[in-house]
Design a protein around this ligand. Structure first.
Ligand code: MLT
Length: 266
């Protein structure tokens, strides 16, 4: 891992390989290691850049509210530190997708293409906002276990806990690495993110949309609707996967991303 000071935080990043830069942005409340299967394969042909967002993994803890815009701005500063001037392919999962909308909106010249995994464009409903604040308070009061218990039952397909129990353990370990204040800060940031739906028809870069068929958080229907609004977007539906499709079915997701990247770099 490399480490950089960015806007008052230490940001850790795994930077491997050479070629077209691909920036992997993890979901909530995880870290860069959720992309390990993709990075191991894709770094043979591309430059894979997989940071821990501020507050997560080995990066500095955060507090208050961390907006999706702040995460996106951190990523651009990180690319500057890594001397990546060429536009990147941003591959984000869920919260990573919320960051992708901000990256597209505010740093379009740094973006070549999008891979949107198990995410959505819509903002939170009032009920979802209330749920985020309630969970933030619970995490502050009782620790990261409150986030683990809220998230784990929703993350995987029915079969994954039986067929691949090690993934549940890996996910628990990722969540345990985040400090309660950092988890709460990201929850508050997600609660105030804007609706990106009106932007979808303005996106004019190659876009791959990936969704686990059993995703309970960002459903197939929702993602199909989102993909339909982005001109030319390709949709890949991953069988026997839930919200964590890249982790659950790397044999399907990694080749899909590889073939998309090959088209982007052609
Ligand atoms: C994620 O996986 O990043 C979260 O499910 C995002 C969310 O809570 O909206």
């Amino acid at each position: 891992m490399k480490s950089y000071e960015i806007a008052g935080a230490k940001i850790e990043v795994e930077d491997r390989g050479r070629g077209l830069p691909v920036l992997f942005v993890h979901g909530f409340p995880l870290d860069h290691s959720m992309w390990q299967a993709q990075v191991d394969v894709l770094s043979q042909n591309f430059r894979t850049i997989a940071p821990d967002l501020r507050g997560f993994g080995a990066s500095s803890p955060s507090s208050g509210t961390v907006t999706m815009r702040q995460f996106a701005d951190d990523l651009v500063a990180l690319l500057d530190c890594l001397k990546v001037t060429e536009p990147v392919v941003l591959c984000g999962l869920s919260m990573g997708g919320y960051v992708a909308w901000q990256f597209w909106r505010h740093h379009a010249s740094r973006l070549r293409a999008l891979v949107l995994c198990d995410t959505k464009a819509s903002a939170d409903t009032a009920e979802a906002v209330a749920g985020r604040h309630k969970l933030a308070a619970a995490v502050i009061a009782t620790g990261h276990g409150a986030a683990r218990d809220a998230m784990l039952p929703k993350l995987f397909s029915r079969n994954t806990p039986v067929a691949k129990p090690e993934l549940i353990e890996r996910t628990k370990m990722m969540i345990a690495r985040a400090q309660p204040e950092s988890i709460a800060a990201a929850l508050r940031g997600m609660a105030e993110r804007p609706d990106a739906t009106p932007w979808l028809s303005e996106i004019r870069i190659p876009t791959l949309v990936v969704v686990g068929q059993e995703d309970a958080i960002t459903t197939l229907d929702e993602m199909r609707g989102m993909a339909a609004k982005i001109a030319g977007a390709e949709l890949v539906v991953v069988p026997e996967a839930g919200h964590m499709a890249p982790l659950e079915q790397p044999e399907v997701v990694t080749p899909a991303i590889a073939s998309f990247l090959n088209c982007c770099s052609a």
